[in-house]
Design a protein around this ligand. Structure first.
Ligand code: ADP
Ligand code: MG
Length: 735
C-alpha cells in the first residue's frame, strides 16, 4: 500500500497516463513487450514505474521480485525522475534510486532504479540475462540515441533467452517484461521491424490534453540568436502576463552567458526579500559554477553538451533601444494583454544543461520565489526529457548541437545546426501543458519550411560506424553484423568497420572481441583511427604533437577556403613531408602568437576552427592525464616545433592511423619496386589506392604537390571530381 501525500495524489490524478493505468497494466501482464506513446508531460516517466510498483512488481515476496529498471538517455532525467518518483511514492530510504556513470544511490533496499542507458549497457556486459530486473522501461525511445537503439536491440534478445530459460525452470529464472516509451508517434521502426520483435508489440497511445500554443515566427532570422533571445525574453517579461519562460539554446557557454546578462538586467528577488532569502539565492547560484567533476576528465557519453563545437563570443552591447515593434500584434504582444509595467519585476533565471551539478539542475522544478517570474535557459534536455512546471512562454532558437560526422573523412565533430520540425514542435508544445501559451521562434517561417528536416535522423545514421562498432565491442557485443538494430546500417558497412578495427588492432581477428588496446581507444570521443594515434603517440614520447595533430584532424581543415590565399599561407608553416605535420606547425605558431584573431586573419586561418582545435586539444590532454598514470602532460602554449627525429616518428604514427588509406605510385608498382621515374612535382603522377586499386592523384593544395612525389603516401581525405580522384591531407610514408 502506498501512502502518497494528498497534494501529490491530486496532481497525479490530473495526468493523462493515470487514466490509462488499467489498460497499461493489463497490456504489460499479457505481453512481453509493450509500447507506450504519449505527449511529453503526460506522466509516462513518473507514473508508469509507480503503476508497476503498486501492482507488486519488485516486491521480494511477489512473483516478479526483480527490480523495476527505467533507462533514460540523459543523466539529468535519470536523477531528477528518481527523486520525483521517490517523493511521489513517499518512500523512505533508497527504495527509489538512480545510477549514472559516476554516481549512484542504489542499495539492497532499491526496488525502482533509474539509470542512463549507458549504465544498463555496461551491466549487460556483466550479466547478459539482466537477472536483477523483472521489468525494464526504456524511456525516450523517440530520441533514437545510439545507446537507446543498441539497448532495444540487445533487450529483444535477452527477452527471448529469459523466456526460454524460464520455460525450463520458472523457479530459477523468471521471464522479463519490457516497456518502451516514446514521445512522438513514429514508432514503426520498432513495431514493424521483424528482426527485432517477431510479433509486433501492442502500442498504447495516451491522449494528452494539450492547450493551444500560438507560434510566432521572426520576420528575419538573426545570426546572433543569443542576443535575439535576450531581447525577446525582456519583451515577454516586461509586457506579458504571469507565466514561466523556457528558452532553448544549444549549449553550456551560450546558456551561462545569457543567464549572466539577464541577471544583470533584472533582480532575482523582490526588494522586500529578507537577508536570509538573499543569502540562500546567492548560495544556490554559486552551485552553478562548480563544474561536474567527471573522474576521467572525459565528457560523459551520456552527455549531450560535449562542448567542443562552440565558443562564439557574443557582443554585450545589445541594441535594445532600436526595437522595431511592428510585429507586436502578430507576436501576441497585444496591448490588451499588457498588465502593469513589470519593468523592474524580479526574474528568477535558471540554467539547465547536463554538465550542471545535479543540485543546481533540480532547482528548475521548485516553484520560483513568490512574486517572481521563472525563466529557464535550457538545452534540448527540456524538449522531452523533463517537464518544467508552469511554463507559458517558449523562446526557441531552432538550433541544436549534434554529433556530426564528415562522410569523406569519417571524422566526427559537434556542430550547431537547425533542429527538425518534429523537435521544434515538441519545444513549442512545452508552452501548452497547463494553459494556452505562446512560442516565439527566432527564425522565419521560410527557414522553417525549407531548411528544417521533418524528423531528426537516428544517431546511428550520423556517426562513423567504426566508432559505433568499437562502442558495441566495448560493451561485449561481438556479433555486430547480425545485430538487431532498430534502423540497421548496411551490412557491408558494418563488415568494413569491423575490418578496419581489426587493422587498427582494436578488435581481435579471431575472437572478434575488443582488445585491451581497443578498450583504451574507446576512451576517446574521436574516431578510432585517431584514438589509435594518440595511444601509440605516448609510446614514442611525441604525445603533445600527436594531440595537436588528432585535434586538427577531428575539427577539419582550418585553412581558409580561398585556395590562392592558402597556397601562400602554407609556405609559412610548410613541412616537406606532410600536410598534417604542416597543421601541427600551424597550430603551434598560432598558440605561440597568443591565439589571436589577427594571427588567423594574417595567415588565412578560420578563427572558429582554430578555437575548436584548441578546445579539443585541452580535452584530449585531460583524458590522457586522467587515464594513463605516469604520463606527465599538459597543454604547452610555447611548444617547440618537432625536431627531425620526432617528425619521423610522427610520420610513422600517421601511417599507422591511416593504415587503410595508403597509396603507392603506379609507375613504381608496375616496375615492381625501385624509385620510379623522376618528376619535378606531383602533377599528373598517378597513385594506386591500396585497398581498392583505383587511381588517385595528390591534390594541388598539398605541400607534397610541389615536390618530387614520394613512392608511398597516406591520405586523410579523398575527393572526387568528374575526371579524377584526389588525395588530401597527404603524408609521405617512409619506406
Ligand atoms: P512524460 O514522461 O510523459 O513526459 P513526466 O512523467 O515526466 O511526463 O511528467 C509528468 C508531470 O510531472 C509533469 O507535469 C511534470 O511537470 C511533473 N514533474 C516531473 N518531475 C517533477 C519534479 N521533480 N517536481 C515537480 N513536478 C515534476
Ligand atoms: Mg518522460
Amino acid at each position: 500500500p502506498v501512502n502518497r501525500l494528498e497534494s501529490v495524489q491530486e496532481a497525479r490524478l490530473k495526468l493523462p497516463v493515470c487514466g490509462e493505468e488499467q489498460v497499461i497494466m493489463e497490456a504489460i501482464r499479457n505481453n512481453t513487450v509493450v509500447i507506450i506513446c504519449g505527449e511529453t508531460g503526460s506522466g509516462k516517466t513518473t507514473q508508469v514505474p509507480q503503476f508497476l510498483y503498486e501492482a507488486g512488481w519488485s516486491h521480494p515476496d511477489s512473483d516478479n521480485p526483480g527490480l523495476i529498471g527505467i533507462t533514460q538517455p540523459r543523466r539529468v532525467a535519470a536523477v531528477s525522475m528518481a527523486k520525483r518518483v521517490g517523493h511521489e511514492l513517499n518512500l523512505p530510504g533508497n527504495e527509489v534510486s538512480y545510477q549514472i556513470r559516476y554516481d549512484a544511490t542504489t542499495s539492497s533496499k532499491t526496488r525502482l532504479k533509474f539509470m542512463t542507458d549507458g549504465v544498463l549497457l555496461r551491466e549487460l556486459s556483466q550479466d547478459l540475462l539482466l537477472t536483477k530486473y523483472s521489468v525494464l522501461i526504456i524511456d525516450e525511445a523517440h530520441e533514437r540515441n545510439l545507446n537507446t537503439d543498441i539497448l532495444i536491440g540487445v533487450v529483444s534478445r535477452v527477452l527471448r533467452l529469459r523466456a526460454e530459460l524460464s520455460r525450463e525452470d520458472r523457479k530459477k529464472i523468471k521471464p522479463l517484461r519490457v516497456v518502451i516509451m516514446s514521445a512522438t508517434l513514429r514508432v514503426t521502426d520498432f513495431t514493424e521491424n521483424k528482426t527485432l520483435f517477431d510479433k509486433p508489440p501492442p502500442v498504447i497511445n495516451v491522449d494528452a490534453r494539450q492547450f493551444p500554443v500560438s507560434v510566432h515566427f521572426n520576420k528575419r532570422t538573426p545570426d546572433d540568436y543569443v542576443g535575439e533571445s535576450f531581447k525577446k525574453i525582456s519583451k515577454i517579461h516586461e509586457r506579458l502576463p504571469a507565466g514561466g519562460i523556457l528558452v532553448f539554446l544549444t549549449g553550456q557557454n551560450e546558456i551561462t552567458h545569457l543567464c549572466k546578462l539577464l541577471r544583470q538586467k533584472y533582480p532575482s528577488l523582490p526588494p522586500k526579500a529578507s537577508q536570509k532569502e538573499k543569502k540562500a539565492e546567492d548560495q544556490a547560484n554559486k552551485l552553478e559554477s562548480q563544474t561536474e567533476n567527471l573522474p576521467n576528465g572525459q565528457a560523459d557519453i551520456e552527455n549531450e553538451d560535449v562542448d567542443i563545437g562552440e565558443n562564439d563570443e557574443i557582443e554585450e552591447d545589445f541594441d535594445l533601444e532600436s526595437d522595431e515593434d511592428d510585429t507586436d500584434i502578430e507576436e501576441g504582444f497585444d496591448d490588451e494583454e499588457l498588465g502593469e509595467s513589470a519593468r523592474d519585476a524580479p526574474l528568477h533565471v535558471l540554467p539547465l544543461y547536463s554538465m550542471l551539478p545535479t543540485e543546481a539542475q533540480l532547482r528548475v522544478f521548485q516553484p520560483p520565489p513568490e512574486g517572481t517570474r521563472l525563466c529557464v535557459i535550457a538545452t534540448n534536455v527540456a524538449e522531452t526529457s523533463v517537464t518544467i512546471p508552469g511554463i507559458r512562454y517558449v523562446v526557441d532558437c531552432g538550433k541544436a548541437k549534434d554529433r556530426k560526422f564528415n562522410v569523406e573523412t569519417g571524422i566526427q565533430s559537434f556542430e550547431i545546426d537547425w533542429t527538425s520540425k518534429a523537435s521544434a514542435d515538441q519545444r513549442a508544445g512545452r508552452a501548452g501543458r497547463t494553459q494556452a501559451g505562446h512560442c516565439y521562434r527566432l527564425f522565419s517561417s521560410a527557414v522553417f519550411d525549407h531548411e528544417f528536416e521533418k524528423f531528426s535522423l537516428p544517431e546511428i545514421k550520423r556517426m562513423p560506424l567504426e566508432g559505433v562498432v568499437l562502442n558495441m565491442k566495448a560493451m561485449n557485443i561481438d556479433q555486430v553484423v547480425n545485430f538487431p538494430f532498430p534502423t540497421p546500417p548496411p551490412r557491408e558497412s558494418l563488415y568494413k568497420a569491423e575490418k578496419l578495427l581489426q587493422y587498427l588492432g582494436g578488435v581481435d581477428k579471431m575472437t572478434k572481441h575488443i582488445t585491451e588496446f581497443g578498450e583504451a581507444m574507446s576512451l576517446f570521443p574521436i574516431a578510432p583511427r585517431l584514438a589509435k594515434m594518440l595511444i601509440i603517440g605516448q609510446q614514442h614520447g611525441c604525445l603533445p604533437y600527436v594531440i595537436i595533430m588528432v585535434s586538427a584532424l577531428s575539427v577539419g581543415n582550418p585553412f581558409d577556403h580561398d585556395e590562392g590565399q592558402r597556397q601562400k599561407n602554407i609556405m609559412t608553416f610548410i613541412s616537406e613531408t606532410s600536410d598534417i605535420l604542416t597543421l601541427i606547425t600551424t597550430v603551434g605558431a598560432y598558440e605561440y602568437a597568443g591565439g589571436s584573431d589577427s594571427f588567423c586573419r594574417d595567415h588565412g586561418l578560420r578563427q572558429k576552427a582554430m578555437t575548436e582545435i584548441r578546445q579539443l586539444r585541452r580535452q584530449l590532454t585531460n583524458i590522457v592525464a586522467a587515464n594513463f598514470p605516469g604520463v606527465d602532460i599538459c597543454v604547452d602554449p610555447k611548444l617547440n616545433p618537432p625536431n627531425k627525429k620526432q617528425v619521423k616518428i610522427l610520420q610513422q604514427i600517421l601511417t599507422a592511423g591511416f593504415i587503410d588509406s595508403i597509396a603507392v605510385r603506379a609507375d613504381v608498382l608496375e616496375a615492381g619496386g625501385g624509385k620510379g621515374a623522376r618528376h619535378k612535382n606531383a602533377s599528373g603522377v598517378a597513385y594506386k589506392l591500396m585497398w581498392s586499386n583505383e587511381d588517385a592523384f595528390i591534390h594541388p593544395t598539398s605541400v607534397l604537390y610541389i615536390q618530387e612525389p614520394p613512392v608511398m603516401v597516406a591520405y586523410s581525405e579523398l575527393t572526387q571530381t568528374p575526371n579524377n580522384t584526389w588525395m588530401k591531407g597527404v603524408t609521405a610514408v617512409e619506406s
